[in-house]
Design a protein around this ligand. Structure first.
Ligand SMILES: NC(=O)c1ccc[n+]([C@@H]2O[C@H](COP(=O)([O-])OP(=O)(O)OC[C@H]3O[C@@H](n4cnc5c(N)ncnc54)[C@H](O)[C@@H]3O)[C@@H](O)[C@H]2O)c1
Length: 363
């Protein structure tokens, strides 16, 4: 769909549309201009654009200025390559060497998949990493190889434990997936808070308010002001259950890996120290207990039962986990990705600093 630069608006903001391939090559060039190798830049760029394509705009290319700020402050090494150590035939460890989280996690999932192909399951623990954005891209990497997966990470303190009032646990997403046959695959990717903190940063960038049930301000009062919310805490989903899931992400990603944990991970927007994020990835062959066709038929049956469920009043359609994002992905591949003009300006500023041309928008 052709759009003129300012013909479209969202919440009174001017929107421009960009082809996924143009967004990817733009981000690659900006990263290479900041010292990242072309192969690692390609991994990072494709995963950030994948988030924008799926409508997870909080974890897309708008993260670039904050990542580059970390490079500039010397707390993220743009030249680092992750290193893999095989621990047992089905267990490996990746040391991210404080490079981008995306190549470390990509290497980890690649190895987990190959172990699962040989032995049915592959488990990888990743230490000394950084933010890897939207977890669903790793679930998709496993799905592309026909694998089920678990994708865990820890993150910087943003959430109180149940009963507490200080930021201690991360808003650390829990993600997993399973392939289907003819129907949509299962892709769960959710933060254990009412909303991901990236949604608060996005509202702040865009000068928007947030719903009153997402966060408390520094005084412990509900707030719709994103700046005040960032001074306070994010609220866990389901009270003690969300808090327990956040602790679970820290046990598997932080304690187990040897990375920072218990509130020790640095915020991706804090350029004062390395983040030391940990991740935990598992790939599982779906045809361990029955033939692949039977597994896929069972997934397809589950999908149809879920979608065919009797709907509550006011609901027009039931979606499978991950399905809304897959529909958005198809739309945005076709029509281009909508970006807020002011955010594109921030990206173009980064590009200018390393002599890269502005992000190309659709005419
Ligand atoms: N790397 C990090 O440190 C970090 C931290 C926090 C969040 N994140 C990312 O932020 C993103 C957003 O997280 P979130 O918790 O806000 O996600 P969300 O609330 O938008 O979605 C959570 C899950 O619910 C499903 N869902 C949503 N609406 C649905 C509906 N109407 N019917 C059926 N299923 C539905 C989605 O498909 C998804 O699987 C995720 O991609 C996550 O990985 C990353």
């Amino acid at each position: 769909m052709a759009q003129s630069a300012t013909a479209e608006t969202q919440n009174n903001k001017s929107i421009v549309r960009v082809n996924a391939s143009d967004a990817t090559s733009f981000v690659e060039s900006v990263l290479v201009g900041n010292g990242v190798s072309p192969s690692n830049a390609s991994i990072v760029a494709k995963r950030l654009v994948a988030a924008d394509l799926r409508g997870v705009d909080t974890h897309g290319i708008n993260r670039i200025p904050s990542y580059i700020s970390r490079i500039r402050h010397g707390v993220l090494n743009p030249r680092a390559d992750p290193v893999l150590h095989q621990i047992t035939p089905v267990v490996a460890q990746v040391d991210g060497h404080n490079g981008f989280g995306f190549p470390a996690a990509h290497l980890g999932m690649t190895r987990a998949i190959s172990m699962a192909q040989d032995f049915g399951i592959g488990m990888v623990s990743i230490k000394r990493s950084n933010h890897f954005g939207m977890s669903a891209w790793l679930v998709q990497q496993a799905l592309d190889a026909g694998m089920m997966s678990l994708v865990f990470t820890n993150s910087s303190p943003a959430l109180p434990v149940w009963g507490g009032r200080e930021k201690l646990m991360g808003v650390s997403p829990i993600a997993c997936g399973a392939p289907a046959g003819r129907e949509k695959p299962f892709i769960l990717d959710m933060a254990p808070s009412v909303a991901a903190r990236g949604k608060v940063y996005k509202a702040l960038r865009r000068g928007e308010k947030i719903p009153g049930d997402w966060a408390l301000d520094g005084e412990g009062r509900p707030t719709d002001d994103p700046a005040a919310a960032l001074e306070g805490v994010m609220l866990p989903m389901g009270g003690p259950k969300g808090s327990a899931l956040a602790i679970m992400m820290d046990v598997f990603s932080g304690v187990l890996s040897g990375s920072a944990f218990a509130g020790g991970v640095a915020n991706p927007y804090d350029p004062s120290r390395p983040a030391d994020v940990g991740h935990f990835l598992v790939a599982i062959k779906p045809d361990l207990f029955m033939g692949l066709e039977e597994f896929k038929e069972r997934m397809d049956y589950l999908y149809r039962r879920v979608l065919g469920s009797e709907k509550m009043t006011g609901v027009e359609r039931i979606y499978f986990p991950g399905e809304i994002e897959q529909i958005t992905n198809e739309e945005r591949l076709r029509d281009g990705i909508p970006y807020v003009e002011s955010e594109v300006e921030a990206l173009n500023k980064e590009a200018a600093l390393v002599g890269v041309e502005n992000l190309k928008t659709m005419e």
